[in-house]
Ligand binder design. Structure first.
Ligand code: HEM
Ligand code: HEM
Length: 428
């Protein structure tokens, strides 16, 4: 129902006399909304949010695009991400207050006599914006909490969230959700702005003016009562549920380079499970990550004569690395150069040492072979062997990050292995 005769709003029916009796001097001066006007508090929330959204998107996109090939741009990347997260959390808190406020207020009737489909779309977009104001920063915050991030939030709290574990795979899912929800937000925003411009330029009505501060005269305005109620809110929720499901179904754990999977190798000892982890220090904070794809050919006989008890050859798909929030940067050409050098190789003999064993051989990264001595402990129970060990490498030995200074990314990179293998013949 719409037109000048009578309009229906959430708060009831406005009659023609209500609308036409509004004197020209009646202005939206109050703090609160009425059935026709937005109050100052709603307007302040609205335009403050608009400013913050521009800033958060600008910082998010430029931080994302900034390379770490030189220390200056890396420092900027970190600074921009910190600003991004801090503004984002401000938006989150503002949004919660804003939504509480909106719930306590009348919703001014829509201006104009647009077809029902248009007013419905406008309301779906309003709800999508409200939902995204919560979900986009929340998923960003959760991504940050699940990652050993390198760009802190500039708040004294909130680096961790109690219900979010530090988990690279979870972080990837959350980062995808952050990105997907952010795209819905931007699409809604473009429709929203297009609608506002249409009202102002084509319909020449007071829709935009009434959201702005100062005097607005609505005595001649035509109101539409369309699209109030739960349907547009439900439609917006369905959109977010669908996009959230799509985000959750995205594959993760592949690193940011689409590296082909390594072929299986034959091995006397078959690895059942294990992890090859690396740890770097960035801006004084440790960031750890691991490779999802690697193969190991291991021969080993603890009872063999002499010092040499076996040998191992481990091939690692460099592009399968996940390293906190800086996977892409770590795989970039000036760092591990995963596209040009897709595999790293560790090969050597297994020798018995005073304590446990040591793998003596070479490690090859970026086609630079460097001698390696990797001590490890071994527990063997019923043909199941668990090996744990670690070594520190110097990244410059492999030409990794030659232009990146040691304050930005530490020169030493810790490598640790933790794997369980079984004697393949026994395992069948
Ligand atoms: C240049 C940017 C923007 C323009 C021109 C604009 C314009 C408007 C206008 C004219 C209205 C009133 C609609 C009506 O009377 O029916 C409105 C309402 C609204 N705007 Fe915006 N807006 C902008 C940015 C934003 C941003 C960034 C957000 C949030 C992310 C946002 C969220 C909303 C919401 C949720 C409402 C509905 C308020 C309610 O009735 O509860 N807007 N906007
Ligand atoms: C309304 C608020 C927010 C908006 C609109 C927003 C938007 C964005 C955008 C556009 C990107 C770049 C994504 C890409 O191009 O791939 C991004 C990335 C990111 N944002 Fe936000 N963001 C918001 C809030 C937050 C908050 C509160 C945090 C954390 C406290 C956060 C953390 C991140 C992180 C960690 C990334 C990088 C994700 C990745 O690893 O790809 N964001 N955000």
């Amino acid at each position: 129902m719409y037109g000048k005769e009578s309009i229906t709003t959430k708060q009831g029916t406005l009659t023609m006399s209500t609308l036409h009796s509004a004197p020209t001097s009646q202005q939206n001066k109050g703090f609160k909304n009425t059935n026709q006007y937005y109050g100052t508090i709603t307007k302040t929330f609205h335009w403050l949010t608009a400013l913050l959204i521009i800033a958060v998107i600008a910082t998010g996109v430029s931080a994302h695009d900034m390379s770490i090939s030189d220390p200056v741009s890396l420092e900027w990347k970190v600074r921009l991400y910190s600003i991004h997260k801090t503004i984002g959390l401000t938006i989150f808190c503002t949004a919660l207050l804003r939504i509480l406020w909106a719930l306590s207020q009348p919703k001014p009737a829509m201006i104009g006599d647009a077809p029902k489909s248009q007013t419905f779309l406008a309301e779906v977009v309003h709800y999508a914006l409200y939902i995204s104001l919560v979900l986009v920063p929340l998923t960003g915050w959760m991504t940050h909490a699940a990652t050993e991030g390198f760009a802190p939030i500039k708040w004294p709290f909130g680096q961790d969230l109690p219900f979010i574990p530090n988990d690279p795979e979870l972080a990837e899912h959350l980062a995808t959700a952050h990105k997907f929800f952010e795209r819905v937000m931007v699409a809604s925003l473009l429709l929203h702005i297009a609608g506002a411009v249409k009202h102002h330029v084509i319909d020449k009505d007071a829709t935009l003016r009434r959201m702005w501060f100062g005097k607005t005269n609505l005595s001649d305005a035509l109101f539409s009562g369309h699209a109030r109620g739960a349907a547009p809110a439900l439609a917006a929720l369905v959109i977010f549920a669908a996009v959230g499901t799509a985000a959750a179904l995205q594959p993760v754990g592949k690193g940011s380079i689409d590296a082909p999977a390594l072929e299986e190798v034959s091995s006397d000892w078959r690895v059942l499970e294990g992890e090859i982890e690396i740890t770097v220090v960035q801006f004084g904070t440790e960031v750890s990550g691991s490779f999802a794809d690697w193969t190991a050919a291991i021969s080993f006989d603890p009872a063999a004569d002499g010092d040499i008890k076996g040998s191992a050859e481990v091939t690692v798909s460099v592009g399968s690395l996940t390293l906190g929030s800086v996977t892409g940067e770590a795989l970039a050409p000036d760092m591990l150069a995963a596209t040009d050098f897709p595999t790293a190789l560790v090969a050597g003999d297994i020798l018995s040492a005073d304590e446990g064993y040591v793998l003596e051989g070479t490690i090859t990264i970026r086609e630079q072979a460097v001698p390696l001595s990797l001590p490890f402990n071994l527990d063997i129970n019923d043909d199941i062997a668990t090996a744990k060990g670690g070594v520190a490498l110097q990244r410059l030995d492999f030409g990794v990050g030659e232009t990146t200074d040691s304050d930005t990314v530490g020169l030493e990179v810790g490598v640790s292995i933790n794997l369980t293998a079984t004697n393949a013949e026994d395992a069948g």
